[in-house]
Ligand binder design. Structure first.
Ligand code: ZN
Length: 77
């Protein structure tokens, strides 16, 4: 009797673990990177680093990687 109870408990536990693993693996399968890769990459006019357009700063018709480079401008000085 005691053995049967332990066996049932083990089966229930196994099913629970498998279900949990299934549920956990589902969201991980969907690539989170996708939206970022689909975005246009733009180049900072100051330092040349590439970044998504949504993160770029625009100044005087040029795109920059950040506030500081937008303020400094594209010039080499
Ligand atoms: Zn920059």
């Amino acid at each position: 009797m005691g053995k049967l109870l332990v066996l049932i408990l083990l089966v229930v536990l196994a099913v629970w673990v498998i279900r949990r693993a299934f549920r956990a693996s589902r969201p991980a399968r969907e690539p989170e990177k996708r939206p970022l890769e689909q975005q246009d990459l733009v180049r900072c006019a100051r330092c040349g680093v590439h970044l998504p357009r949504s993160e770029a700063r625009q100044a005087e018709g040029r795109l920059y990687c950040g506030e500081e480079h937008a303020r400094l401008g594209a010039g080499g000085a």
